[in-house]
Design a protein around this ligand. Structure first.
Ligand code: ATP
Ligand code: MG
Ligand code: MG
Ligand code: MG
Length: 482
């Protein structure tokens, strides 16, 4: 089943069940407290937390998302993209736990001829909050899921809140067992890597009012007057299962970029954990994310969203170099991604000239810095080799800071010459720089220009206070504002 059809089936199923079909909002988050739209619920936050009346009792969407906190997972796990699409259904004081659970089961296991996804119900596992007897009863007694396939988790692992007093509630997460080839038995609870029991769908049951407290350590003060349902399913995850692929980078909307990368590099992609295959997957993911970000109006720069875009593009170009391609690659890779994304996002076609201009100019600029950085690196490596020493952390930092060399590139290139890098010192310098940047950001926000005052204060407090958005789920690391 093509990804576009997986998407359409979702919307049709919920439309048939009286949900208002809402378009995806842009990747630039409509909520000013976060840089990017990180989940389907973002445009619905006011209706979920109850600060605005919802215009409809139920809604559904397939939302474009960017999660920069997953960047290091890309290509290494089977299921993390920096860009992905989150299918969601939402109820604002309308149906609740029972309705949401039944919809999820019916859609996943419903027959293919009848608008469902045709998954084998025996392969599904659900994790719920250990005190959520209502969810247990729904899944085992009403739906009839094997009770050994329902695992109860403590609040720290399966509870949603906004990070402050207000609405909160337990989740139920639906996982698909990919079988013994992907790891030992034991259900999602035991599968810390998430390879065998693939997390597909998170159902959030927003039902409690929570009080003050740190992390998950807060009192539940009672039930909300108006409950809400907020769910999220990874479109690419479901698509790769339905397409019989091993991971999300091999689906119809992503793989064509890998095919072009194979042609350009003359190498074969073998779908293995091998580092070269990781590069192929990183390229495919990052090219698509760059396309979607530029399409939504983000431009490369040294801060904020633009820096995220720049980093993604540089990582893609670097990965192509590590695959052996020195020439410009975006003119081949970007159109391949556009071709498979344009049916779902026709605006890409309308803005194509601008998107291509921005991307190609950014690659050209990076290629020039890469070339000059390579000269610097070669000199530093030769010096280190002669002295029988490691390449200094200072050199690695300068390459990163001035020439945009990610550490992994420096490591890789130094290793080719048989030289190691002082990574510890590099990390120290990076941390110092991060602290400076954080202080600058605070200075900008508060209007204080004397950064040193803040440094002192930060030291006294032990660490700089930063605000992370905890909006979607607490079962994983919060999406960081980079
Ligand atoms: P994981 O534990 O696998 O990192 P998560 O718990 O962080 O996922 P949620 O915040 O619960 O994910 O998001 C809802 C759904 O969105 C997930 O169940 C998954 O199907 C999908 N999803 C989340 N992050 C990604 C990603 N980086 N790439 C692709 N799909 C994702
Ligand atoms: Mg989750
Ligand atoms: Mg998770
Ligand atoms: Mg996650």
């Amino acid at each position: 089943m093509r990804t576009a059809e997986v998407r359409q089936r979702w919307l049709d199923f919920f439309a048939k069940n009286d949900h208002e079909v809402r378009p995806s909002v842009p990747l630039i988050s409509p909520d000013p407290s976060i840089l990017f739209t990180i989940a389907g619920m973002v445009p619905f936050i006011p209706y979920i937390v109850g600060t605005e009346p919802a215009p409809w009792p139920r809604a559904t969407s397939v939302q474009k998302c960017i999660r920069t906190n997953d960047i290091d997972e890309v290509g290494k796990t089977t299921r993390h993209g920096t860009f992905f699409q989150m299918c969601g259904n939402f109820s604002f004081g309308d149906y609740f736990k029972e309705g949401a659970s039944h919809y999820a089961w019916d859609l996943l296991t419903g027959s293919l001829n009848d608008g469902g996804y045709g998954l084998d119900g025996d392969k599904l596992w659900v994790t719920i909050w250990e005190q959520d007897d209502e969810a247990l009863e729904i899944w085992t007694k009403q739906i009839g899921l094997d009770p050994t396939h329902v695992q109860r988790l403590p609040r720290e692992q399966i509870f949603w809140d906004t990070g402050q007093p207000g609405p909160a509630g337990p989740c139920a997460e639906i996982h698909y067992d990919r079988g013994p080839a992907y790891g030992p038995e034991g259900g999602p609870e035991a599968d810390t890597k998430g390879d065998r029991y693939l997390e597909l769908w998170n159902l959030v049951f927003d039902e409690f009012l929570r009080g003050e407290g740190k992390g998950k350590d807060y009192p539940l003060l009672g039930k909300l007057d108006q409950t809400a349902i907020d769910t999220g399913l990874g479109l690419e995850r479901l698509a790769f299962l339905l397409q019989g692929k091993d991971n999300m980078y091999e689906i119809d909307e992503v793989f064509p970029v890998i095919e072009v990368a194979q042609k350009l590099s003359g190498r074969k992609y073998t779908s293995s954990p091998d580092p070269m295959d990781v590069h192929f997957r990183v390229v495919a993911d990052h090219v698509r994310s760059s396309l979607m970000l530029i399409g939504d109006g983000v431009r490369p720069s040294n801060e904020g969203r633009g820096y995220v875009l720049r980093r993604l593009m540089r990582r893609a170009v670097r990965s192509m170099r590590l695959l052996g391609v020195q020439d410009a690659v975006m003119p081949q890779l970007l159109p391949a991604s556009m071709d498979v994304m344009k049916d779902s996002y026709p605006e890409l076609k309308d803005n194509w000239e601008t998107i291509a201009d921005v991307a190609y100019a950014e690659e050209d600029a990076f290629r020039r810095t890469l070339d000059s950085g390579t000269v610097i690196l070669d000199t530093a490596v030769a010096k280190a080799k002669q002295a029988g020493k490691d390449l200094s952390g200072e050199d690695a930092f300068q390459l990163h800071d001035t020439y945009g060399f990610p550490l992994s590139l420096t490591l890789e290139m130094a290793a080719e010459a048989g030289v190691k890098v002082d990574e510890k010192r590099f990390t120290e310098l990076m941390n110092e720089q991060k602290q400076r940047a954080r202080a600058d950001a605070v200075a900008k926000k508060t209007g204080h220009v004397d950064v040193h005052v803040y440094h002192d204060l930060a030291e006294k407090l032990g660490k700089a206070k930063t605000v992370d958005f905890l909006g979607y789920t607490e079962t994983s690391a919060p999406a960081k504002v980079v």
